[in-house]
Design a binder for this molecule. Structure first.
Ligand SMILES: Cc1ncc(COP(=O)(O)O)c(C=O)c1O
Length: 604
């Protein structure tokens, strides 16, 4: 038994003095400089090793080593010069002479303004746009031309409210109401009225699918920090999920795991489960995904997220205004919205199949606690945590070498520190930003933008109200039929195969006998703008109302393009097939990354 009159530190003193003398005697054989530099080198090596292990975990050993090898080789100036020159050639080709087209572009404001003459000038510029009517995958979702029907209706609505800004909610009550109604009406399409949703769904309008996804990721990150204390957040997405998740990971410092899809090109639930760890904040499923138009197993992913108590985002950017109506029309649509247990947020674009003006999307949350912290919950968590910690400290006390009164002071200090951290977390609103100390006054804003375009909100409201459920139902019927016909047309071309089983309005196809990117070039020469995909190499068409009248033309042009490539394979002048092909094959993904960045840098 320890003598209580003899403080614990006294037992330790001889041992500590002896340890100190031995350490000093051992270290005296080294130069002081070596003692200083040694730890620095060790820290440097440890960091290098850590980033190598991280790269191997993320990209696999082959790609990581190749990336490392390429970085080393580029340290040789002659090799770097050669690689840079080759990269520039590819960038020029990707721009297809874009730089020369920029010659003569204004870089200065005209001194006397053009007045109303500017409109004529704009009409002239507009003529240089490609003929997009019925020819582009996705891109334009409304039928007809800008000057007619639904198009001109939403243009009128936008221009009526183009001066408005919901930031000034005291002035523009109309757009504040429009926004709230657009959000509520969209939420109702996605299960908010069903008991299983919990009846608390809330959301905001944003500028597009990417902003909705960015907000959902940031909000989930902060929500998980407040309820689980996760400070090194990680998220897991299938490889088919949109690149907006990469953007979110980069912007919000979230580690991203991209997991391969299964043989049906759906999220592989088992593979996702294997990546879950104590830092995981969120998993993602799409309904449907952009590349192949396939719906991920949302119910299974929801059950997985619930069992680990993590967030689950469903990307309905494409499907939000189609799937609810397709189901009513009798198509087999598996559950994908807030009726599914475990779904914590959904992104849905009004500017796609919602037929609203470009720049309108919605982010929805299952409840307000996710979007803005639930104050009492956080404080309660803090109390429970402190209580457990206090009990733990008491348990450990006999091993402490600090006198009991100091331990009490330390404990009090920790309590205050933790309470402060808890309060800070409580004040940090997950999605909203509220500023109380700005000399410009009290400020609160719900999304990324401060001022927001009331005209677009009004345009979205006009689109939804003018179409109604009946209008969307009819549109969905037409595009689903068009997709089925295109899918059949592709399946009948023996050189092509359809990727997976399309669930909605996208048909992706590849070829085992032809270079599919050459087929894409042949389609481009006929005025089509399709999307090139990779893994597997394929192209897709996202069917919109624009395509309904031209389905037969598409199939005929595709048949001809396949025959042209079959009769005369090989790259064509001005075609992008060699670039897509090479980019897909290039094992050094760092190089492909640099190419994309250089292309962007020289474009804007
Ligand atoms: C499934 C999906 N999610 C997100 C996005 C991103 O939307 P946006 O381009 O409006 O930012 C897209 C765009 O096509 C998409 O298809």
């Amino acid at each position: 038994m320890a003598d209580p009159s003899y403080p614990p530190l006294s037992y330790a003193t001889p041992f500590l003095l002896h340890a100190r003398a031995s350490a000093n005697s051992f270290l005296s054989q080294f130069e002081p400089l070596a003692l200083l530099v040694g730890p620095l080198i060790a820290v440097f090596l440890a960091r290098a090793l850590r980033s190598l292990i991280g790269a191997v975990q993320e990209r696999g050993i082959k790609t990581a080593l190749l990336g490392f090898f390429m970085s080393c080789i580029k340290l040789v100036p002659a090799v770097k010069r050669h690689i840079d020159a080759e990269k520039q050639k590819v960038v020029d080709k990707m721009q297809s002479g874009g730089k020369s087209r920029r010659e003569g572009w204004r870089t200065m404001l005209p001194y006397p303004g053009l007045g109303s003459g500017v409109i004529d000038l704009m009409k002239e510029e507009k003529r240089s746009d490609a003929a997009w009517q019925g020819k582009c995958s996705g891109t334009v979702y409304i039928k007809g031309n800008e000057s007619e029907g639904h198009f001109s209706l939403i243009n009128e609505a936008c221009s009526m409210f183009s001066h408005t800004n919901p930031l000034h909610l005291d002035v523009f009550q109309s757009v504040v109401r429009f926004e709230s109604e657009v959000v509520a009406m969209t939420a109702a399409l996605l299960g908010s009225k069903e008991n299983a949703s919990g009846g608390q769904v809330c959301g905001n309008m944003t500028s597009g699918g990417t902003e909705s996804i960015l907000l959902a990721m940031k909000t989930s990150r902060d929500y998980m920090k407040s309820i689980k204390g996760i400070t090194s957040p990680e998220m897991i997405i299938p490889v088919s999920a949109h690149s907006a998740y990469d953007k979110a990971a980069q912007y919000f410092n979230i580690k991203l795991w991209r997991v391969p899809v299964n043989k049906d090109f759906q999220a592989d639930v088992k593979a996702i489960r294997r990546h879950i760890n104590r830092n995981t904040i969120l998993i993602v499923g799409s309904a449907p995904g952009f590349p192949h138009g396939i719906i991920d197993p949302i119910e299974e992913l929801g059950a997985l997220a619930s069992s680990y108590n993590i967030c689950f985002h469903v990307d309905c950017c494409l499907g939000g205004f189609v799937l609810p109506f397709a189901r009513k029309l009798g198509y087999q649509i598996p559950p994908f919205d807030f009726s599914v247990k475990g779904v914590t947020s959904i992104s849905v674009d009004v500017h796609k199949y919602g037929l609203a003006p470009k720049g309108t999307s919605i982010v929805l949350y299952r409840n307000h606690d996710i979007r803005k912290v639930f104050f009492h919950l956080s404080i309660r968590c803090c109390h429970v945590y402190l209580y457990v910690r206090y009990k733990f400290l008491l348990l450990c006390y006999p091993f402490w070498f600090i006198p009991s009164n100091s331990s009490f002071i330390i404990f009090l200090f920790m309590q205050l520190f933790d309470l402060h951290a808890g309060l800070r977390a409580a004040l940090q609103q997950h999605q909203f930003v509220a500023v109380t100390e700005w000399t410009g006054g009290l400020y609160v804003s719900p999304t990324v933008a401060g001022s927001r375009p009331g005209g677009l909100i009004a345009g979205a409201w006009a689109a939804m109200m003018s179409l109604g459920q009946e209008g969307y139902m009819q549109n969905t019927g037409e595009i689903m039929q068009a997709r089925k016909k295109i899918q059949r047309g592709v399946e009948e071309i023996e050189e092509l195969f359809v990727v997976g089983k399309p669930d909605m309005t996208i048909v992706a196809f590849g070829s085992n006998v032809l270079d599919i990117f050459e087929v894409n070039d042949a389609m481009s020469s006929k005025g089509w703008h399709l999307n090139a995909l990779q893994r597997p190499n394929s192209i897709h068409i996202c069917v919109t109302l624009q395509h309904v009248p031209v389905v037969d033309d598409f199939i005929k042009d595709l048949q001809e393009s396949v025959q042209t490539v079959k009769a005369n394979p090989g790259p064509k002048d001005g075609g992008l097939a060699p670039i897509y092909g090479a980019a897909g094959r290039m094992p050094d993904r760092g190089m492909v990354h640099e190419l994309l960045v250089n292309y962007m840098d020289s474009t804007c």
